[in-house]
Write a protein that binds this ligand. Structure first.
Ligand SMILES: [Fe+2]
Ligand SMILES: [Fe+2]
Length: 200
């Protein structure tokens, strides 16, 4: 087998992998959006869901151009990234902390996609599939933009809020840590009362 033939095989495998990964994401992102507290974060996830559906369609165009059936191959990498993200989200008790964890997980997902699309675009160019390469480039750019948007949301809101929540827990350790999740909810309610008192 020539090296170009094996590169073509590698590209086919990688296309099937990212196709399955994108399909997993079209199922995971709506659930993630529901769990987001920060409005900007929820909108960003919803917008990226639409883009993700576009990535699936773009891959189907690529399969057609390459004369391949549009069929994925289980992407274990994405499966485990999503499982790990879900576990971490499940452990976060405060809203802003959960949002911060969600952003961290989503950025890991974006970086996986960026690596895949970057590699695929390079391989497509090497194999002379320039139109396929430019389709891949379009998805690559959207993944990079999604990643940057998540960074700016994290920087502007969520991390500051999460740090504040952690600080408040530090200041009121007896109350906050009393009974785990229930204690935390209780302390959030207390904070609400204190805040309301301040306003009167
Ligand atoms: Fe994507
Ligand atoms: Fe993405």
């Amino acid at each position: 087998m020539s090296s170009m033939e094996s590169l073509a095989d590698l590209m086919q495998d990688e296309l099937k992998d990212i196709y399955d990964a994108e399909k997993q994401l079209t199922k995971a992102l709506p659930k993630l959006a529901k769990k987001a507290t920060n409005e900007q974060l929820r909108e960003a996830i919803e917008q990226h869901l639409q883009e993700t559906e576009g990535h699936v369609e773009r891959l189907e165009q690529i399969f057609e151009r390459l004369g391949m059936p549009a069929k994925g191959k289980k992407c274990e990498g994405m499966k485990h990234l999503l499982e790990e993200g879900n576990d971490m989200i499940g452990e976060a008790e405060e809203d802003a902390t959960r949002d911060a964890v969600m952003i961290a997980g989503a950025q890991k997902v974006e970086h996986y996609e960026i690596a895949s699309y970057g590699t695929l675009r390079t391989w497509a160019n090497l194999l002379g599939h320039t139109e396929v390469a430019s389709l891949l480039e379009e998805s690559l750019e959207e993944e990079k933009q999604a990643d940057q948007k998540l960074t700016s949301i994290a920087e502007s809101f969520v991390n500051a809020q999460a740090a504040e929540e952690a600080e408040e827990e530090e200041e009121a350790p007896a109350r906050g840590r009393r009974t785990g999740a229930r204690g935390m909810r209780q302390s959030a309610a207390d904070r609400g009362r204190v805040a309301n008192r301040g306003r009167r």
